[in-house]
Design a protein around this ligand. Structure first.
Ligand code: ADP
Length: 376
C-alpha cells in the first residue's frame, strides 16, 4: 500500500503522508517496520524541511481509515521549483527503498516522472488531477465534520463570522473555537455542486454525482496572476508578503468605483456605489500615481482576481441551476479577504440564493484524492 499522495502543481507541490497507527499491520518484515519508523521520525519531528518545505500541522487528521488501516494524515507543501531538491532529499534519506508506489497527480506527475523513476527507482502511480481533486474533496468532507464553512455578513468587519456547513455523513469532529456552532446547517454539499479551484490558474467544475463531473470553465487570472502582479507592482517576493500588503491596503484609492463615475449608485441596474467599475482605473494620469501605496495596489490585485473568479463561478452556477459553490485551492490560504469577497459576490449577485462554501484543507484535495483513489 502506498503511503504518499503527491500533487505536483504549477506553483506548489502538496504531499500527503498516511501514518498508520499500527506499523505491524502494514509491513511484511522488521526491516520495513524500521524504515517506516525512520520516515515517520524525520517527517513528524520537523515542521519545516530545508528552507521552503512546511508541514501544516493544524490540518492533520487523526483516525482516518483507508483500505481498512487506521492512521493519521499529515499535510506537507513545498514550492514545485524545489522538486529536484526534494527528489535528492528522498534519495539521501533512503526513503525510496520501499517496494510501495507513490501516487502522484498534477502536471508535475508527468513532467517529473522520468526524473523520479531514474533517481529513486520509484514507480509513480499517476492519477488525473481533476478526478483526484473531486475524490479528495469528497473523502475529506466525509471524514472531517468541520471541513466546510461559509461566511455570514462577509464584508461587514463587525458582523462577519464563519459558520460551519455540515456535510451530513462526516465522522470526526473538532472544537475549534474560531467557528460559530449555532445555526449549523443540517445537510452539506449534496449533489450537484460547483467546485472552483483557485491555484496558479483557475478551474471550474460541475459535480453531478460520485465520479460524475465536468470541467466547464476556467481562467488564467488566478493565484499565479495575483502573485505576478504583486511582484511587479509592489516588489513582493512571496505570497505571504503580498497578502500582508493587501490586508493593509485599500483598493478604492486605485480602482475606479461606480460612485466615482455616477457620484452615487447606478440604481436602475442595481450597482451599488462601491462596486469596482474599472480595476486600477484611477491611476491613468501620472499625477494620480504620485501617492500610490504598494498596499493599495496589492489590494486591488487581490480584489480584481477575486471578483473575476466570482463572476465566472456565479455564471456557471446560474447556467447549471446549482446553488452551492465550493471554493478551494491555495490562493485561499491565509487569504480571508479573497474568500469574503467571493462570499459577498455570490450573495449579492444571486440575491442570497447561492452560497459560497470554503474548505479547511484548501489546496490539499488533489494529493489526498490521488492517494485515496487507489483504494476506492
Ligand atoms: P498549483 O497546483 O497550481 O500550484 P495551488 O492550489 O497549490 O495550485 O495554489 C497555488 C497558488 O497559491 C499560488 O499561485 C499562490 O497564489 C498561492 N499560494 C499560497 N501559499 C503560497 C506559498 N507559500 N507560495 C507560493 N504560492 C502560494
Amino acid at each position: 500500500m502506498p503511503w504518499f499522495g503527491l500533487d505536483i502543481g504549477g506553483t506548489l507541490s502538496k504531499l500527503v503522508y498516511f501514518e498508520p497507527n499500527d506499523y505491524r499491520d502494514f509491513f511484511n518484515n522488521e526491516e520495513e517496520v524500521q524504515r517506516g519508523k525512520n520516515i515517520r521520525y524525520y517527517l513528524l519531528n520537523n515542521k519545516a524541511y530545508g528552507k521552503t518545505g512546511i508541514r501544516d500541522e493544524h490540518l492533520q487528521m487523526d483516525n482516518v481509515v483507508i483500505n481498512n488501516s487506521t492512521g493519521t494524515l499529515h499535510f506537507i507543501r513545498f514550492p514545485t521549483e524545489r522538486m529536484t531538491h526534494f527528489i535528492q532529499l528522498v534519495k539521501s534519506k533512503g526513503f525510496a527503498q520501499f517496494r510501495s508506489t507513490v501516487c502522484a497527480t498534477g502536471g508535475g506527475a508527468i513532467k517529473f516522472a522520468a526524473e523520479m523513476e531514474n533517481e529513486l527507482g520509484m514507480q509513480l502511480h499517476k492519477a488525473d488531477e481533476l478526478e483526484s481533486l473531486i475524490s479528495g474533496i469528497e473523502f475529506i468532507a466525509e471524514n472531517f465534520v468541520d471541513e466546510c464553512y461559509y461566511y455570514d455578513n462577509p464584508l461587514d468587519s463587525e458582523k462577519c463570522r464563519k459558520v460551519i456547513w455540515r456535510w451530513s455523513s462526516a465522522r470526526c469532529s473538532t472544537t475549534d473555537s474560531q467557528y460559530t456552532n449555532e445555526n449549523r446547517a443540517e445537510s452539506g454539499l449534496q449533489y450537484p455542486y460547483v467546485v472552483c479551484n483557485i491555484g496558479s490558474g483557475v478551474s471550474v467544475l460541475v459535480v453531478h454525482g460520485h465520479n460524475k463531473f465536468q470541467r466547464v470553465s476556467g481562467s488564467s487570472i488566478g493565484g499565479g496572476f495575483f502573485q505576478g502582479m504583486c511582484s511587479l507592482l509592489c516588489n513582493s517576493n512571496s505570497f505571504e508578503d503580498s497578502i500582508e500588503l493587501a490586508t493593509k491596503g485599500d483598493n478604492k484609492n486605485v480602482d475606479k468605483l461606480v460612485g466615482d463615475i455616477y457620484g452615487s449608485a447606478y440604481e436602475s441596474i442595481g450597482l451599488p456605489y462601491d462596486t469596482v467599475a474599472a480595476s486600477l482605473g484611477k491611476i491613468s494620469d501620472p499625477s494620480d500615481r504620485e501617492h500610490i501605496r504598494p498596499e493599495d495596489l496589492a489590494r486591488s490585485a487581490l480584489v480584481t482576481v477575486a471578483n473575476n473568479i466570482g463572476s465566472i463561478a456565479f455564471n456557471v452556477a446560474k447556467q447549471h441551476g446549482i446553488d452551492r459553490i465550493a471554493f478551494v485551492g491555495n490562493f485561499l490560504r491565509v487569504n480571508p479577504i479573497a474568500a469574503r469577497h467571493l462570499a459577498h459576490a455570490m450573495n449579492f449577485w444571486s440575491k442570497g440564493t447561492k452560497k459560497a462554501l470554503f474548505l479547511v484543507h484548501e489546496g490539499y484535495f488533489g494529493s489526498v484524492g490521488c492517494f485515496q483513489q487507489l483504494h476506492d
